[in-house]
Design a protein around this ligand. Structure first.
Ligand SMILES: NC(=O)c1ccc[n+]([C@@H]2O[C@H](COP(=O)([O-])OP(=O)(O)OC[C@H]3O[C@@H](n4cnc5c(N)ncnc54)[C@H](O)[C@@H]3O)[C@@H](O)[C@H]2O)c1
Length: 329
């Protein structure tokens, strides 16, 4: 491919892994307000001249439109990163999810960018432990984050139909890997850094979700761009198996400087209101296109904990900023 590409949220976790691959296509733009993302994640590419980093907010439609001019394909990976932050600030997902997605679509319509990749999530399937394929939307989302993802998907479908865009909506499981910015493993590792003696875990530890290796996510997206030619493709990216929170906590303790730290579970079967305690996703559509994930959920988590433990205990990684959750009020 040689299209000029644009990644909204490209200095974040998944976005920066994607950018590492897109530079092979030629030059492109990362648009990020650095609320969670970090400049150093794309700094090498910027130095080499393959990436232009525009530090600006997606809520600023004028700047977005200016920055997006003369790009053909847009990857939209910006959002409130933590579903539970919506409990503290109920406007957060409306603004950072739904309105931001509308701005991305509007900027595309105005600039003539035609192809969109959107990062959605398995949270659109709501509170069900049944394995969900792409058609299984019988249960509506139960978090504000999930609601904003489903609203964004609906907006994308409407823009495809009304304004001739081509779009790929990817519903990720929980994504795991180096440079993670949030999620259970990183949270546990930071807690263990502050308190090496015992680890408090929200919920009873039996919550279990599918975890997908970040490099598989990027590969699957690039594969689907070539192999799913329809005007609108909706694809799950998740392994069929799941990993329990208790397993993640055990791996984090084992990877910490004090592998004898005790784990204390606090609360019931749900980590927080809006959390789906057990979810499963089916990846049949992606498999039918010919793509196979390289890691199971347990393998993805084990590799991610090993990488993140190095970053947290040996590196100088700072915990995710609180600025993002305080926005949008
Ligand atoms: N990580 C997961 O487990 C997971 C699972 C399912 C879906 N997703 C979705 O994938 C996408 C990427 O997730 P991630 O884990 O890389 O998150 P991330 O927070 O690491 O990356 C998002 C990036 O977007 C930027 N950003 C956020 N709001 C912005 C705004 N208003 N203007 C400009 N930049 C903004 C942040 O600074 C950050 O660099 C998100 O849409 C997320 O909802 C992630």
């Amino acid at each position: 491919m040689s299209e000029r590409w644009f990644v909204a949220g490209g200095a974040g976790f998944i976005g920066s892994h994607l950018v590492d691959r897109l530079v092979d296509w030629g030059p492109g733009t990362v648009y990020d307000n650095l609320s969670v993302g970090r400049r150093e994640r794309v700094a090498d590419h910027v130095e080499r001249g393959t990436v232009t980093l525009k530090v600006a907010d997606l809520l600023d439609l004028k700047q977005l439109e200016q920055a997006m001019a003369e790009h053909e394909i847009v990857f939209h990976l910006a959002a409130n990163p933590e579903a539970r932050w919506g409990l503290e600030n109920p406007r957060l997902d409306l603004e950072q999810g739904t309105i931001v997605t509308h701005n991305v679509l509007e900027a595309m319509r105005r600039t003539g960018a035609r192809r969109l990749v959107f990062a959605s999530s398995g949270t659109v399937y709501g509170d069900t432990a049944e394995p969900c394929g792409e058609e299984d939307l019988g249960h509506l989302p139960i978090s504000l984050y999930g609601a904003s993802k489903l609203a964004s998907e609906a907006l994308i479908s409407a823009y495809v139909e009304c304004f001739g865009l081509q779009a790929w909506i990817f519903r990720f499981g929980n994504v795991a890997g180096p440079r993670g910015t949030h999620g259970a493993a990183l949270d546990f590792l930071y807690r263990l850094k502050t308190n090496p003696v015992d680890l408090e875990v929200l919920g009873d530890g039996r919550q279990a979700k599918p975890y997908v290796w970040v490099a598989d996510v990027v590969d699957a997206i690039l594969f689907a761009l070539e192999h799913a030619p329809g005007p609108l493709s909706v694809l799950n990216i998740a392994p069929p198996d799941v990993t329990a929170v208790s397993r993640i906590a055990e791996l984090c303790v084992a990877a910490s400087p004090n592998p004898t730290a005790t784990i204390r579970y606090r609360g019931g079967e749900r980590g927080w209101p809006g959390d789906v305690p057990r979810s499963r996703m089916l990846g049949d559509r992606l498999a039918a296109l010919g793509y196979r994930l390289t890691r199971t959920s347990d393998e993805a988590v084990a590799a991610a904990v090993a990488a993140l433990a190095k970053e947290v205990f040996e590196g100088h990684a700072a915990p995710p900023s609180r600025a993002q959750r305080e926005r949008g009020s």
